[in-house]
Design a protein around this ligand. Structure first.
Ligand code: FES
Length: 186
């Protein structure tokens, strides 16, 4: 796939036009640039000398991730097959190598790859882990409901094991405190 290929099939996909886009690089003031609607935003940034990170330039590595700035429109089109997850896209992240402006009001903040990674990997995995935990809990509850006798027996065994281990701990504590009293009494 070349840089400009395979943008998703929006109504004006691939049509050349010009719109202004506000681009903010880290540590810099926002710049309003005139964007070619057939070119990726990464190319736009590079054309004015902004050195934005990029590795694959195919939507796979997330190194070019940017984020819509507060007050931005969502007037962009992006390639259909990028690696960016729906959660990150919904949170306003875009991959500038595969995204172009298609209407007014777009404002982007460059170099948001760490934040995009956070959502793409850590938050999604944490959510999946939590969902997995709740699914096993639901499964276990359903099993217990189907086998109440077994559940009661298991619960009683656990309670009695907990009670005997707690009384064993109490007697250990008694022995220790007796020993201390004896030592203290001497
Ligand atoms: S440069 Fe790799 S996703 Fe854009």
């Amino acid at each position: 796939m070349s840089l400009n290929d395979d943008f998703s099939s929006g109504s004006n996909s691939g049509v050349r036009g010009w719109v202004s886009v506000e681009v903010t690089a880290p540590g810099s003031e926002p710049e309003v640039l005139l964007a070619d609607t057939s070119e990726p935003l990464l190319t736009l940034a590079e054309s004015v000398g902004i050195r934005a990170p990029s590795e694959c330039r195919r939507g796979n590595c997330l190194s070019c991730a940017a984020r819509l700035a507060p007050g931005s429109s969502w007037n962009y089109e992006t390639a259909a097959d990028t690696f960016l997850c729906a959660e990150a896209r919904d949170a306003g992240f875009i991959l500038t190598c595969c995204t172009r402006a298609v209407g007014p009001g777009l404002k982007i903040e460059l170099e948001q790859q760490a934040e995009a990674f956070q959502i793409q990997f850590y938050e999604r995995f944490a959510k999946a882990r939590e969902e997995g935990f709740h699914a096993s809990l639901r499964e276990m509850t359903a099993y217990n409901e189907r086998h109440p006798d077994e559940w009661i027996k298991r619960t009683e065994e656990s309670l009695s094991a907990a009670a005997s281990s707690s009384s064993a701990e109490d007697s250990d504590l008694d022995v220790e405190s007796d020993g201390e009293e004896e030592r203290g009494g001497r």
